[in-house]
Ligand binder design. Structure first.
Ligand code: F6R
Length: 244
């Protein structure tokens, strides 16, 4: 695991986008695993800029998102499908048919999780996975638990995640309580992993993920075992490095 401390959010976003852009240029048929949330927005903005200046072409790229809220469809402003369309997909030359997000409106979410898992396997897995970090150390919606869940699954969101994500909804009561998420197996099988971390609210989880034991209590800690994981973090998330 490499930790790259960046001066600020903008530098973090540019550096992460440069690595994704290199993947797209070198391997134009890559499967990109994507995350939502506020952290990757700057990275996606930079990828859009690189596309607009003709530096990258997404025409043969296929994307797989990490997760979706159970109960939210593409028309809901807080669904992750809506987020991806607005923040990235609508602004680059990705074929919409080559973008995958779990269906939050599936009548049977468990079955949807199984189908999503199979779909990712049929694609041959993920070449480069982008992750954000939950304040409780989650990756995707793999929440702290007493064991790691390998496969794609339906998860009950933790109180901390519901609290953290309530900032995107008009009230806490509107935050869905469940999501469909890729498990740690497909994340760990990705060829490359990029973890984006910004802000002091993430500092504690980042320190534990990088320096603590590998434990399902802090799911991101498993990334210590990934052979090619780069953490792009801004200084605010890394203050602990300078303590003592
Ligand atoms: C989003 C996801 C989550 C977020 C995490 C951080 O698809 O899987 O793990 O990456 O909750 O969210 P932000 O970036 O909003 O702090």
């Amino acid at each position: 695991m490499k930790l790259l401390v960046c001066n600020d959010y903008q530098e973090m976003s540019k550096k992460a986008a440069a690595l994704i852009a290199a993947q797209v240029k070198l391997f134009p048929e890559s499967i990109l695993g994507l995350a939502t949330g506020s952290t990757p927005i700057g990275t996606y903005d930079e990828l859009i800029r690189l596309y607009n200046t003709g530096e990258i072409d997404f025409s043969e790229i296929e994307t797989v998102n990490l997760d979706e809220y159970v109960g939210l469809g593409p028309d809901h402003e807080q669904s992750y499908r809506h987020f991806m369309n607005e923040q990235l997909f609508n602004h680059i030359n990705l074929d919409p048919e080559m973008t995958h997000v779990p269906n939050g409106l599936a009548a049977n979410p468990e079955e949807e999780a199984e189908n999503y898992e199979m779909m990712v396997e049929c694609l041959g897995g993920i070449d480069l996975q982008v992750l954000g970090l939950g304040p409780n150390g989650h990756i995707g919606f793999n929440e702290p638990d007493s064991f790691f869940t390998p496969g794609t699954h339906v998860v009950d969101l933790s109180k901390e995640t519901i609290d953290a994500n309530s900032r995107f909804f008009s009230s806490r009561a509107e935050v869905p309580h469940q999501a469909i998420t890729l498990g740690v197996k497909q994340i760990m099988q990705a060829g490359k992993v990029i973890l984006l971390v910004s802000g002091e609210k993430k500092a504690k989880a980042l320190k534990a993920a990088v320096t603590g034991p590998v434990t399902p209590d802090l799911p991101a800690s498993i990334l210590q075992l990934h052979p090619d994981c780069t953490v792009f973090a801004d200084e605010a998330a890394c203050e602990w490095i300078y303590d003592d």
